[in-house]
Design a protein around this ligand. Sequence first.
Ligand code: ADP
Ligand code: ZN
Ligand code: ZN
Length: 744
Amino acid sequence: MPTSTSPPRVLGIAVSSPLRRLFDYRPGGSAPPGGWAPGLRVRVPFGRREVVGVVMECRERSDLLLTELKSVSTCLDSAPLPADWLWLCRFTARYYQHSLGDTLHQAMPVLLRQGRALEGRTRERWQLTAAGRDAPAEALARAPRQAELLAMLDQHPHGLATQAILAQSFSREQLKALAAKGLVDSREEPLTARSQPDADHLLADPALPLNREQAVALSTLHERLDAYHPCLLEGVTGSGKTEIYLQLIEAVVGRGRQALVLVPEIGLTPQTLSRFRKRFRVPVVALHSGLTDHERLDAWEAAASGRAPIVIGTRSAIFTPLARPGVIIVDEEHDGSYKQQDGLRYHARDLAVARAHHHGIPLLLGSATPSLESLAKARSGEWRHLTLTRRATRHGPAKLELIDLRGRPRQGGLIPPVLDAIRETLNANHQVLVFINRRGFAPTLACHACGWLAECDACDARMTLHRQPPLLACHHCDRRRALPESCPTCGSIDLRPLGSGTERTEETLAGLFPKVPVHRIDRDSTRRRDAFEQILAEVRRGEPCLLVGTQMLAKGHHLPHVTLVVVVNADAGLYASDFRALEQSAQLLEQVAGRAGRAAHPGRVLVQTLHPDDPHLRLLAERGYAALAEQLLEERRDAALPPFRFLALLRLESAKEEAANELGRRAAGALRSWLTDGELAVDCLGPVPAPMERRQGRYHLQVMLGAEKRSALHQACAWLTRWLEATPEARRTRWSLDIDPQTL
Ligand code: ADP
Ligand code: ZN
Ligand code: ZN
């Protein structure tokens, strides 16, 4: 750091604001010990407030007169925030065309945004001094409690934390008295992540001996631990991917480096975490939505300082700084939850790729059903493709059996032969999982006399009928309404639920199988924090039972006693307008199917459909996800869609349809003429209404940009954001740019 040179005259500071620019300030307050440098947090006057910003540039000039610049009020850090984190934020802001200030803001723990110091909380640990160890027994004859405390500490050569001592009914006064006599002393230690054992004592639980496929995959990973080495690990559910993660981490941590593991929202259950914690003797730091602000800062600091060798977290954990990055692992890499769907619309998997490349470290993406993006990279040889085809346990994955729904009577969405299969499974003392992608009692309420359907006032959507408690709710805007006594249009009282949701299927099954417990798992039934885990714990005990659930149940959970999986309706994704719908519903079906027969018994998967002859569905059922993915990739190539083309969406929304439309037309028009002038190979489509045009009482439109070259798309997006920022009308319409949109 340039301590000897004179301080810069201007600081370019990123402030949380939608504007894609830095704000110039003069240095002020006392200069930090290492001198002014990018990455220091400062307090600055901004409008009528004071805000926390981050120094990004130290310069001699400004476009404004120096005398007009305001000064920094205080510098909050004695050293800049971690450089790897700063790099990632810069990269993210540039790639997603987002304000750097807002990116930094979102990528740091809440307490840092508020100006808190970057330090984890500490605690005191007490130990005997040499004098304490040698003290003769009669030295404390007149202070028996102190003598007992001394004896207790003597049992703990690594010392005891203050809390642990107080918990034994000793007092602070007794500790102080012993310290004053020079018999004990204390040191501060961080609350999180202590005691790192050496490489030889890393494992608390021995690693499993690998099967052949696993061994091949792991040795490929071992080949290059010191360079960027992207690998896609494609392995059916239960094929032992997690075991490979654990052994790769062992190698990385054994070399003194850190591992960052990303898991989807739902995957970060105590189950996954406890498997990591059981294996390693080193602390495993978890970052998830359940942490308090203090815990989050502690974890962040432990990772940034290098004290935390293993960090596991959901999407936003990609922004965890690492002092000695050694590997990034993304589990269930195809999972939609890695993409943030509002504000800064980043994709954590894609940032993981960029970050691993930047650090020059291995990257491992694992999935039973890889995204077409990752498969294309693996097929082209850009990434290594590792495959596990066999389950680590005895039975292979179950085949999907398509069951024709047409013209059959349904009860709770299920037809007689499927109900028979459920009965047989329960009679054999096994468990059944019924997957239904709708929570609530029924997708909507209908009038049998006139055909009226319960629609949301604010969205182009039907309201879902709920029974527990009884009401109509819109799942898009959360609006609720009491159940009508009669049809609002014709007054008939013949109102009936249309279709089935989890509540209705649960009710039907409970009626048909009164002796067997039915557990419903969806967002409504698991609102209480540990409700989900409690149900899973009971299910794992193995008594026959029925599980009815949404996709919360589909992912990652180990349910060894389930031998029959029923999919109530597989058709949602088959004919949807979104080009990714088919890929996503195939992934979901395969994941659900993966729940069957994981332990001692083989499984069956019954898939109800109105389209048993659909070629995609049949390909999936007969030859599996990999074959379908192959076919879908060909179709994407022919249609010039991702991953063979890059897309961006300009999303526009306004309470007034015409305002959004007008801005969309002008923006698209301006962009088109700029593209023509520059002969840039980017096309621009729209504005067109979003798939659900009216949502929460606002109109949503979009302009789609597509290009074969990412750099061309990037230039067009950069131009478009500048145009929008410079256009006064754009301030009255909410707009955002979605790079690599996951849904159209
Ligand atoms: P995945 O992550 O692919 O779903 P897991 O790693 O969770 O698979 O493995 C599934 C089950 O098989 C787990 O119970 C795991 O302990 C076990 N397993 C994994 N690898 C082996 C192995 N080499 N030998 C014995 N059991 C294994
Ligand atoms: Zn009616
Ligand atoms: Zn609504």
